[in-house]
Ligand binder design. Structure first.
Ligand code: GDP
Ligand code: MG
Length: 165
């Protein structure tokens, strides 16, 4: 079977933008075998001839309410992390660390798998490393500045992902 890369993070950090940039298939294949699985989509991807599957989380239901955010994101992130061989944890590099990021970080840290911490929305390469230190506090390793919309940083990330598969 193809190795699986899960993309997790709180809503609005740019997970789907990143997945759509990396994936070959924009069409989501939604698995609905259990009630709780409906909020993940699966995409085919390859890099340097290496095939893998990408799981995007949080894309089917739009959950913005803080009341239900925590249990929802926890559950989706947990399922995706359990299915994954490699985890890509996306945070918003234009805002800084939030409680919701900490919530996801707790799940990610419990997995004994390679984790890549993506600090997204670093659109300007000249300032992309500003304030990166704050993201070390998530305890999941080195923060990697990236811009999912502009594309810079994605090639380096993919090199490291496929090396870890
Ligand atoms: P998701 O909820 O984590 O899947 O986030 P989305 O991919 O839907 O993106 C949320 C918003 O952030 C959208 O308006 C995107 O256009 C925007 N966004 C995503 N990536 C970037 C980026 O690298 N730079 C900037 N400036 N905006 C981004
Ligand atoms: Mg999304």
């Amino acid at each position: 079977p193809k190795p699986v890369v899960a993309v997790v993070g709180r809503p609005n950090v740019g997970k789907s933008t990143l997945v759509n940039r990396i994936a070959v298939t924009r069409e989501a294949i939604v698995h609905e075998s259990r009630g709780v699985t409906r909020d993940r989509s699966y995409h085919d991807a390859d890099w340097n001839g290496r095939d893998f599957a990408l799981i995007d989380t949080g894309g089917i239901e739009s959950v913005k309410s803080t009341d239900i955010f925590a249990p929802h994101i926890r559950e989706q992130a947990l399922i995706a992390c359990e299915e994954a061989d490699v985890i890509v944890f996306v945070v918003d590099g234009s805002t800084g660390v939030t409680d919701e990021d900490e919530e996801v970080a707790r799940i990610v840290r419990r997995q004994d798998k390679p984790v890549f911490l993506v600090v997204n929305k670093r659109d300007d390469p000249s300032t992309e490393t500003d304030g990166l230190w704050d993201f070390y506090a998530l305890g999941v390793g080195e923060p990697r500045p990236l811009s999912a919309t502009h594309g810079h940083g994605t090639g380096d990330l993919l090199d490291e992902i496929v090396a870890a598969l």
